[in-house]
Design a protein around this ligand. Structure first.
Ligand SMILES: [Cu+2]
Length: 153
């Protein structure tokens, strides 16, 4: 709030910077006197508009995890492979399409998996990917070649 106010009023330095001569000082001061409350109102209006957006947490995004039916494992954000994603809280929708494979997501603060024999859909809520951390997804029985990683930026 304070910074928005001082930022708006700090703008009057710019009038001088634009080369107004000392002869128009009085005019300038009069226009400043008019301008100052207007800027204050604008700053308040901007704060009122922006604060609720800043205060409300972002809605969780969805990662789609798919394993099988063949020896494939993927993690996608939208329709793209999730190699680097914004840090935050995610809902992970897991599609486990094989009783020979499972899907595990593991890393700092996260370790979730389906069972190898399980097939079907699982929804993992509140999966928090921390900024700067890397998470690995893999199939446990075939972790040497069925694996990938995602970094939260
Ligand atoms: Cu596997």
């Amino acid at each position: 709030m304070y910074s928005a106010f001082s930022g708006a009023c700090g703008g009057r330095k710019d009038f001088r910077a634009f080369g107004l001569s000392p002869f128009v000082d009085r005019t300038r001061e009069r226009s400043e006197a008019v301008l100052r409350p207007v800027l204050l109102v604008l700053a308040l209006a901007a704060a009122v508009l922006v604060l609720p957006l800043a205060a409300s947490p972002a809605a969780p995004r969805t990662l789609t995890a798919t394993v099988g039916p063949g020896a494939t494992i993927t993690l996608e954000l939208g329709s793209r492979r999730a190699a680097s994603v914004p840090a935050g809280v995610y809902t992970v929708v897991v599609r486990d399409r094989s009783s020979d494979h499972n899907f595990r997501l593991a890393g700092p603060g996260v370790n979730r998996s389906t069972g190898v024999a399980f097939t079907g859909r699982k929804v993992w809520r509140n999966v928090r990917l921390a900024r700067g951390k890397t998470y690995t997804y893999l199939c446990d029985p075939h972790a040497d070649h069925m694996r990938g990683s995602v970094r939260a930026r």
